[in-house]
Design a protein around this ligand. Structure first.
Ligand code: NAD
Length: 496
């Protein structure tokens, strides 16, 4: 048998490249001994590979190349890519969640881990894409959902890698590439996650930089993304300043902005159930969720019973002088002129209830998840998106007053509101008046994202621009393909 040297060389090269690929995948999913050892891995990596870039221009250019490669591939390859992101999020959730906790120092470790796992499992992928069809006497029209190209994403410190994970799944399912400008205080875990995703994708499909990241993000690099000619769409997840910046960018934007979700409890509610739900939602990740219960308005006739129900469910009630001390320690006036308002102080934002209680002058069991207490409706804790596990309760004359005060506290964000009631008229009235993107009845806030309720999951809920809970379809353009006269098979055939 004649041996073809070139053939052997090419087979050896192919095998070696497969082995290297498998090693890369294995090392990306193996858990090194500590989260710290991994950040060292990230810092020692060369820029310009596996999605890590030092500037916006290089990141966008490389993501554009990745997008063009993805465009040539079947939808089945998008699914393979998403499966790698899912696998890494699930298998590495403990390690990456620990890194996120160590870097950001806000929230709760068990929830950092749970968020990565849940997003890996539950974010909708290519199965969410659908095609519509019109068939009639004039032929056939098919509506398909095409990608935008490169999407610029801005992500928050409250869920740094989880938001990137959810955005990447949705955006790649829609056929796009993404460049992320993460929050500076969550950039290391963002870079580590992105590196692992890209490494696995590259090893399997040969496409690198589909999820690119600016490793030293600043407001300037965010602006560069907003203005970049090769960025077709931006998606921001964050507070009022970035929401405004995106809306003023001159580029099409999907804006997942701030909230200050109020809860109304009326006299027909199951108070013990309501208390358990409020604790579950408001204590999750120390109240960092934008959808989390931030203040509660209770009708007067059941106010005292509701406070007792909260204590029965495990929350600790602070008295007025303790709330005063906590307010001094936790909130401060920020902004100037007409923009003057209260904001959470960094030292207590996203900290455990035991730490808030200590700031209020009280020692409590470290296992307590939430502290709460009675305030007036104009209290800064009611009006501020405080993102900490203290929830103010406001005594209201009746249901109408409770909804009116809830509307004021929501500040027109139209983000999330919650009711505990068995009165469908009250539910309907509040739903209409609040007009929020998410309206939850008789459950914790997360039930509205498919976690204990119906529907699907995303960590980017676009209120201001109206897309709602984002999906792969949010990141697609509609394209119509029309065939005139033919392929409509129901009509008569005399003209054929
Ligand atoms: P943040 O607004 O401080 O930062 C969010 C991101 O925007 C960061 O990457 C930050 O660097 C960037 N940024 C801030 N100002 C900017 C500007 N002027 N121009 C360009 N970029 C800018 O918010 P955060 O503390 O990281 O996250 C918490 C906020 O995000 C809360 O208000 C919360 O409600 C909101 N949020 C909303 C959703 C949603 O789905 N609607 C989800 C998560 C968080």
């Amino acid at each position: 048998m004649q041996i073809n040297e070139n053939l052997i060389r090419s087979v050896v090269e192919q095998v070696l490249s497969e082995v290297r690929g498998k090693q890369a995948v294995a090392s990306s999913s193996a858990a090194p001994s500590s989260a710290a050892s991994n950040s060292a891995t990230t810092s020692s990596l060369a820029m310009g590979r596996f999605g890590l870039f030092s500037n916006a221009d290089d990141a966008v250019r490389s993501a554009r190349t990745a997008f063009e490669q993805l465009r040539e591939r079947p939808i089945a390859d998008r699914k393979k890519i998403i499966d790698h992101i899912r696998r890494i999020s699930i298998e590495n959730c403990v390690e990456l969640g620990t890194m996120e906790m160590e870097e950001t120092k806000i929230g709760r470790l068990e929830h950092k881990i749970a968020k990565l796992k849940t997003l890996g499992e539950r974010t909708p992928g290519v199965e969410f894409l659908k095609t519509e069809c019109f068939s009639g006497d004039y032929g056939l029209a098919v509506i398909e959902h095409a990608p935008f190209g490169v999407i610029g994403a801005i992500t928050p410190v409250t869920h740094s890698l989880p938001t990137i994970t959810g955005n990447a799944v949705s955006m790649i399912a829609g056929g796009n590439a993404v460049v992320v400008n993460p929050h500076p205080s969550g950039r290391k875990v963002a870079a580590e996650g992105v590196r692992r995703f890209n490494q696995a994708i590259h090893a399997d499909l040969g496409i690198d930089n589909l999820i690119s990241l600016i490793c030293e993000p600043t407001l300037e690099t965010a602006q560069q993304l907003f203005k970049h000619r090769s960025v077709a769409l931006i998606c921001v997840t964050g507070g009022p300043a970035v929401a405004r910046a995106a809306l003023n960018s001159g580029k099409r934007a999907v804006v997942a902005g701030p909230g200050n979700p109020p809860v109304v409890v009326d006299e027909t509610a199951d108070l013990d159930h309501a208390a358990r739900c409020i604790i579950q939602g408001a204590a999750y990740d120390n109240n960092l969720l934008c959808i989390a219960e931030k203040e509660v308005f209770v009708v007067g006739s059941v106010f005292d019973a509701m406070m007792s129900a909260m204590e029965r469910a495990g929350a600790v009630r602070l008295i007025a002088s303790e709330i005063d001390r906590l307010t001094q320690a936790a909130l401060q006036v920020v902004g100037e002129g007409a923009d003057k308002h209260y904001g959470a102080k960094k030292e207590l934002l996203g900290q455990d209830a035991v730490k808030l209680a200590a700031a209020a002058g009280r020692t409590i069991d470290p296992k307590v998840e939430l502290v709460f207490g009675e305030t007036t409706s104009d209290h800064p804790f009611v009006q501020t998106e405080q993102m900490m596990p203290f929830v103010p309760f406001v005594r209201c004359r009746d249901f109408d007053e409770a909804v009116r005060l809830a509307q004021q506290a929501e500040h027109g964000y139209r983000h999330t509101s919650i009711i505990h009631s068995r009165n469908v008229r009250n539910m309907t009235k509040m739903g209409r008046l609040m007009d929020t993107t998410l309206f939850v009845k008789n459950g914790p806030c997360m039930a509205s994202l498919g976690l204990g309720g119906e529907g699907y999951l995303s960590f980017s809920i676009a209120g201001p621009t109206g897309e709602g809970v984002t999906t792969p379809l949010t990141f697609t353009r509609e394209r119509r393909c029309s065939l005139i006269e033919d392929l409509h098979v129901l009509g008569g055939i005399s003209h054929l």
